[in-house]
Design a protein around this ligand. Sequence first.
Ligand code: SF4
Length: 69
Amino acid sequence: MPRECPTERNRKDCTCTYAPCGRKGVCCECLRFHWSSKELPGCLFPPEAERSFDRSLSAFIAAWQAKGY
Ligand code: SF4
């Protein structure tokens, strides 16, 4: 049974601060877009790292390691 994407709810909950992005709320497209360059979506980063707009795996690991994970 097909499910509808809860785009509006996703958009409301999205923590990505890159305002002009047209993928906001369409999480599957966000993930596909970033992973095609071996990056991760902004919502997976802590807020201060998210704001740098560096979505690379190395930035992700460094940001969370700096927090003790
Ligand atoms: S993480 Fe990237 S694709 Fe996803 S909403 Fe933010 S800028 Fe858009």
